[in-house]
Ligand binder design. Structure first.
Ligand code: NAP
Length: 290
């Protein structure tokens, strides 16, 4: 397929490489042009504006947050988009914005598919993302070859795009809770002279297997929070979005409120660009050991 790709951060850049490897033509645009240039060697066509990325069959976007989406996908950009084009937004954004974007696209004869993903940049590089897709079935059918190039499985969970965003936010809420628990466990163990590494061998070999406990736990054990694969700043964004979505349906999320404060603590101490695992440092600091 001939597609555009907007947003070449930690996630977007590696996704583009896999789309190119699968034989797709990819026009890339990024606010900081150097990141687009870096993909030219891999075969991407660098374009000078988001509008130029809209030249093909579909556009994928992987921008940071609601504000970035609104800044790039403004009314003028959408108005000039060719009718029938499919916009696949893979970023983690608010439920409210997903609903608004779906409506705005439909009014202009464009298709909007929400396809947030589970998996960090290393998982994306291995083309093993879990893709949660929602939108019109015909639109998802058209972009399925793109999903096949970047993910291990696409879950089609409904016709309303925002449903995919709710599912992604619920998953990231659980992720944040797991990383917070790992950080607090490490602080407890540290206070009693037990190595986090030994603890992880026991729990990941038993009741807590899987990439979340082993991956984030390993980073906490090593106190290794840079370079970030998933920035604490973005994790805070996701917990806030979960709280906002819960608020809209009068649903208390008391644990999410604690997670927001822990992530705010990280940001307040200048660690917003560190990896999400920096929640381990927050817990150690609370215990007077960081
Ligand atoms: P990132 O490395 O911070 O990249 C963010 C991208 O958004 C960059 O291309 C950045 O452009 C662009 N951007 C930010 N503000 C902008 C603005 N105002 N106007 C235009 N462009 C703007 O983030 P990421 O880790 O790739 O994450 C991207 C999305 O995927 C986020 O929604 C995140 O929550 C989600 N996600 C991340 C992970 C992960 O593990 N990293 C996993 C699943 C989902 P510049 O290069 O110019 O800064």
């Amino acid at each position: 397929m001939d597609i555009g790709f907007i947003g070449l951060g930690e996630m977007g850049a590696v996704m583009v490489v896999n789309l190119l490897k699968a034989g797709h033509t990819v026009r890339v645009w990024n606010r900081t042009p150097a990141k687009a240039q870096a993909l030219a060697d891999a075969g991407a066509r660098v374009v000078a504006s988001p509008a130029e990325a809209f030249g093909g069959d579909a556009v994928m976007s992987m921008l940071a947050d609601d504000a970035a989406l609104r800044e790039v996908f403004d009314a003028a950009l959408l108005a000039q988009a060719p009718r029938g084009l499919v916009h696949v937004n893979m970023a983690t954004i608010s439920v409210a914005l997903a609903e608004t974007l779906a409506r705005e696209h439909a009014e202009l004869g464009l298709h909007y598919v929400a396809a947030p993903v589970l998996g960090r940049p290393d998982v994306a590089a291995a083309a093993k993302l879990t893709i949660i897709a929602a939108g019109a079935a015909e639109a998802i059918d058209r972009v399925q070859p793109l999903f096949d190039a970047i993910g291990q499985k696409t879950w089609r969970i409904g016709a309303l795009p925002q449903q995919a965003n709710v599912m992604k936010l619920a998953a990231n809420f659980m992720l944040a809770a797991a990383v917070e628990a790992l950080g607090e466990a490490a602080a407890l163990l540290g206070g009693h002279g037990v190595a986090m590494r030994d603890f992880l061998d026991v729990v990941t070999g038993g009741p807590f297997p899987g990439p979340v406990y082993a991956g984030y736990g390993g980073m906490i054990a090593e106190g290794r929070y840079e370079p970030a694969q998933f920035k604490a700043r973005l994790g805070l964004k996701d917990v806030r979005l979960a709280l906002e979505a819960a608020d809209a349906v009068a649903t208390p999320l008391p644990v999410a409120s604690v997670l927001r404060d822990s992530l705010l603590d990280a940001v307040a101490h200048g660690d917003g660009e560190c990896d999400f695992a920096v929640l381990g440092k927050v817990a150690a600091r609370r215990a007077g050991r960081a």
